[in-house]
Design a protein around this ligand. Structure first.
Ligand code: 28G
Length: 745
């Protein structure tokens, strides 16, 4: 008995210390405590289900964001074992969920193939959750256990029966005293769950958002696995070949290494390489990627030479980059004891994987070319065109170098440089149009701010090869000013500014120029974006003058808020029951009415009648659900659709507007009294002081830093927005029309 007690204490201390260690240094276990770490919690839990699927026992995974902000993962696997653990004197499920590394991920023998970047297991998620509730269906019974911050709060008990169903359900709420992130984001989870479904063919992942205003739901299931992944990646590009698939397995030093590769050539000029090890996205590449690249280059060259598609001289000058122009490839390997290296630990280091992937690719690609000579010919011709463009670009570069253009010795005449030489302190403004360029030049802080006015449209690099790009004056100017060189000689450490600010008008032309510049940076200088050097200036939309005081207003929403706040001064707002609302409540109601008005306007622009959507219970679609959500908030004040739209009309004619609509107009009109509102049509309308104070002065300006969360989505967006395909572009713009208010690329 005494010994039992002793063991029990020892085990409790193990749990206590483990959970405390995670809570003390969460970043060590999950990377960070921001948005990334918050979503990482989900990946750790889902990875357990994926492992159960890879073991052959699970086919369905459900992920739900709950209305209270918690998240549920449910699978139909065998269920976490609930019997007594042989040495720990507690149920096995408690061990799995409270003892670090209990998943067996680190013992080598029984390796987990899936696994979050940090592979820390679901016990860390438990430690970092305010609460976690787990249900296991196993042996005909439903077993239930609850935790808080890693410690049991409700011991394991049987709560029901389940016949022959089996599976595990985990619901958790992250501890908000640890995380700075407050909610799960649909887009972030969607991208990862889709990727997991591609990487683990046959598994069905169902994802639902019951929290957000728009009710999202998607099911991912791909019998074609990574072949379908490549098709998905290329959906906005024109294919030049079918999707080609290779796979194989070889014994390595630590066990069986499996490799799967899918690739397809398209007519695009860019390359997309997505590589994975044990379902982890290896952003920095590694030995699987190097093995693939080497084998691809060698095989194309050998086939070309043997079949007289390449001359000796061409053979010598072709580079790997030439052979990857227009290529989309997914490489997925499973390695028993993966070593992750690099700055973000996303570079596969196991040396033997290079040769294993390489030999699979060379054997099978050669066979493919021999069986499909017409496709081999198309690939080699594209390769030659890429090489010629590269050679032409080199010649152009040489000649400009002789004139001293590329090395920064002679900066472009249009550039108004700053005097400071430390790039960490300097900013380059890319300004649309000469007049705005003039104001920016006069108004700027000469010590740290440089101005480069851009005239006309920047070349669309999505449709141009490197040689044509270098022939474009605007592009050449840009390259020289930034100072990193270009193409083969690119070096991000030579950047002359650590802030490159795109400053364009808030109109369609401005948006187009901004997209062209972003495409250029994303395709040709992605490190600038990765390092966070690229920004979007946020010039104000309005100038508002009241009692001789001038204020600048950034967005339409901000203007509305301002007008309504001013308008409510000496204005009484009543609830449905006639009671007068206090100032706070009155403002909330007015803001809600303004939101309803904006949504109605968007719905009308799409050809629908908002009052019909609100009254039709069966209406769905993002417009309808947004409106319904807004009207359900309105009901808190006792008001219904009739109060806003007016009573339903029997004749089908548009109804006379209801009293809330009138109230909104009246308050807004009252707010406008004594105010002069001016809407800027372009940057050029601001004088130098105005432009500096509102948009350039670090103390008062607003800027957006351009981030790349999801490389897959970004590649698709740029192919779509800047490519040739008209129909998908129309659809993208239409699908996103309702979200323009939230678009913050
Ligand atoms: C829904 C959210 C996340 C899981 C299982 C199934 C088993 C298991 C999980 O075992 C303990 C250690 C090594 C065997 C394994 C059930 C074997 C037999 C399992 C999940 C026992 C862990 N029966 N399903 N863990 N192992 N799903 N989904 O967590 O020796 S975790």
């Amino acid at each position: 008995m005494a010994e039992e007690q002793g063991n029990y204490n020892a085990e409790n201390i193990q749990v206590l210390e483990g959970m405390e260690a995670v809570r003390k240094r969460p970043a060590m276990y999950i990377g960070d405590t921001g948005e990334r770490g918050y979503h990482h919690l989900v990946y750790e839990v889902v990875d357990n289900s994926i492992d159960e699927a890879l073991a052959g026992y699970c086919s369905m995974i459900d992920v739900i964001i709950n209305p209270d902000g918690s998240l549920t993962v449910q699978d139909n696997g065998r269920g976490i074992p609930v019997d007594m653990h042989p040495t720990q004197h507690k149920p096995a499920i408690e061990v799995v969920l409270t003892i670090l590394h209990a998943g067996g991920k680190f013992d080598g023998s029984n390796y987990k193939v899936s696994g979050g970047l940090h592979g820390v297991g679901v016990s860390c998620v438990n430690a970092l959750s305010d609460w976690m509730k787990v249900d296991v269906k196993r042996d005909g019974k439903i077993h239930h256990i609850e935790f808080s911050r890693g410690h049991v709060t409700k011991p394991l008990e049987v709560v029901g029966e389940c016949g022959d169903e089996t599976g595990t359900k985990v619901t958790f709420f992250p501890d908000h005293t640890i995380f700075s992130c407050r909610a799960f984001k649909w887009e972030i989870l969607c991208a990862r769950l889709r990727e997991l479904a591609f990487l683990n063919k046959g598994v069905t992942i169902h994802f639902r958002d019951d929290e957000g205003e728009a009710h999202h739901e998607e099911t991912f299931h791909y019998d074609g696995g990574i072949d379908e992944f490549v098709e998905y990646l290329n959906q906005n590009k024109k294919p030049l070949s079918p999707v080609i698939h290779f796979e194989g397995a070889k014994e390595g030093t630590t066990g069986m290494v499996q490799a799967e590769i899918s690739l397809q050539y398209t007519d695009s000029y860019s390359t997309l390489e997505q590589t994975y090890c044990n379902n982890i996205h290896t952003i920095e590449g590694g030995t699987h990627l190097s093995g693939f690249r080497r084998a691809l280059t060698a095989t194309i060259k050998k086939y070309g030479l043997d079949n007289k598609l390449l001359k000796e001289k061409e053979f010598d000058s072709l580079t790997g980059d030439d052979m990857r122009e227009g290529l989309t490839v997914v490489v997925s390997v499973k390695v028993p004891q993966p070593q992750f290296e690099g700055q973000t630990k996303t570079k596969l280091g196991n040396g033997e994987v290079d040769g294993i992937v390489g030999s699979i690719v060379s054997d099978k690609l050669m066979t493919f070319f021999e069986e499909n000579p017409s496709i081999a010919k198309i690939v080699i011709e594209k390769t030659l065109l890429a090489a010629r463009a590269r050679e032409a670009a080199r010649a152009a570069r040489e000649s400009t170098r002789r004139k001293g253009v590329m090395d920064g010795l002679s900066l472009p005449g249009k550039l108004r440089d700053c005097s400071e030489r430390d790039p960490a302190k300097t900013e380059l403004f890319l300004v649309e149009g000469d007049s705005a360029g003039g104001s920016a030049q006069t108004g700027r802080d000469r010590a740290t701010q440089a101005i480069l006015p851009l005239r006309g449209k920047v070349l669309n690099v999505e449709k141009a090869r490197i040689d044509r790009m270098l022939a474009n004056a605007e592009i050449r100017t840009l390259i020289t000013a930034i100072g990193c060189g270009f193409g083969e000689e690119w070096d991000v450490s030579k950047a002359r500014y650590h802030k490159i600010v795109i400053m364009t008008d808030a109109d369609v032309d401005g948006a187009h120029i901004r997209t062209l510049l972003l495409t250029f940076f994303y395709r040709k200088m992605p490190e600038l974006i990765e390092k966070g050097y690229v920004y979007l200036a946020q010039p104000p939309l309005y100038k508002v003058e009241r009692k001789k005081k001038i204020e600048y207003v950034l967005t339409d929403g901000e203007l509305t808020q301002k007008l309504l706040t001013l308008g409510l001064d000496d204005f009484e707002v009543k609830g449905k029951d006639g009671s007068v609302l206090d100032a706070e409540k009155a403002k909330e109601l007015m803001m809600l009415l303004a939101e309803i008005e904006a949504t109605c306007k968007m719905v009308e622009e799409r050809g629908f009648r908002p009052e019909e959507l609100v009254r039709d219970e069966t209406a769905t679609g993002s417009g309808a659900s947004m409106l319904k959500k807004e009207f359900s908030s309105l009901s808190a004040y006792g008001y219904g659709p009739d109060d806003y739209f007016g009573p339903p009309s029997l004749t089908g004619a548009a109804p006379a507007s209801g009293k809330l609509k009138k109230l909104l107009d009246d308050v807004r009109a009252h707010g406008k009294q004594g105010l002069s509102i001016y809407r800027f049509k372009g940057l050029g309308e601001m004088d130098d002081t105005e432009l500096y104070e509102t948009t350039m002065n670090p103390a008062t300006r607003h800027m957006l830093r351009v981030k790349l969360n999801d490389a897959v989505a970004a590649d698709q967006m740029f192919s779509l927005l800047m490519g040739d395909e008209v129909e998908p572009r129309r659809k993208f713009i239409e699908d996103n029309a309702l979200n323009v208010r939230n678009l913050d690329f």
